[in-house]
Design a protein around this ligand. Sequence first.
Ligand code: AMP
Ligand code: FE
Ligand code: FE
Ligand code: ZN
Length: 285
Amino acid sequence: MDFQGPSDLHLHSDHSDGTDAPAEVMRAAHRHGLRTAALTDHDTTSGWAEAAEAATSLGMTFLPGMEMSAKYKWRSVHVLAYLFDPDDRRLRAMIDRVRSSRLERARTMAERIGRDYDLTWDDILAHTSDGATVGRPHIADALVAKGHVRDRSDAFATILSPRSDYYVALFAPDPVTAVGLVADAGGVPIIAHPAGRAGVLPDDVLFAMLDAGLAGFELGHRENVEPGIGRLRALVSERDLIVTGSSDYHGRGKPNIPGENTTGDEMVRRIIGAGTGSAPVYPSA
Ligand code: AMP
Ligand code: FE
Ligand code: FE
Ligand code: ZN
């Protein structure tokens, strides 16, 4: 079996901070003309089965994925992971730990916000699907519903900003550890939006990540900016790395549209060739 493009390998469902169920995400991808799509919820694989079923019934190829939380000093680093073994013991233990820390952290932030605004933990739960990876976007949705902010972006710029007194950091592994765990689980690790406004990670960290098995960079992403993009392009040609492009669709949670960036067939082929922990799911027809 072979996949067909166009391919979008970075989409979120309500199993993390997207607003659509996994099947709806795949329907949205299909509507926008995609033929291959990955589900990459934050720190969870729980949406894979539903997404795979929906994608293949629409004639699309499904690539299992995840966006793993990591942290370098104070800044958050997102590691996209493809085709890893979802039952790998060490990787599972790590994402379980990150998810429970996220829950704890959201409760603490809710308590702090609740001192100044009308907002309870139940309000946040009302905007979080059962078992979902909880994040600031869910708190944002509750704040919007209560009329305290206009939208998620407004919430992130004010009450939920890292500079705000309500902010609590989450536990996450360092990026080298995250990459190593994904690689050891047979997966293909790629840094998500690696050239955002915070800048590219320092060279020594990038080199350590490459030594740990980092496969490439998501250079096609609306948050990337120069000069970081240029720096990473140079590294990509020097080391013959994988380059992806994707939408980072979050349903109504962000303006990003499925297919606004795509990954070329040759790169998808390399990802499929490198992943050994799980397999793409091809349409049956
Ligand atoms: P957290 O991981 O809980 O700290 O929250 C970060 C998540 O919030 C990321 O996965 C982003 O998708 C989302 N996010 C960050 N900034 C914004 C924004 N301005 N609007 C909507 N979502 C955002
Ligand atoms: Fe997100
Ligand atoms: Fe991300
Ligand atoms: Zn994402």
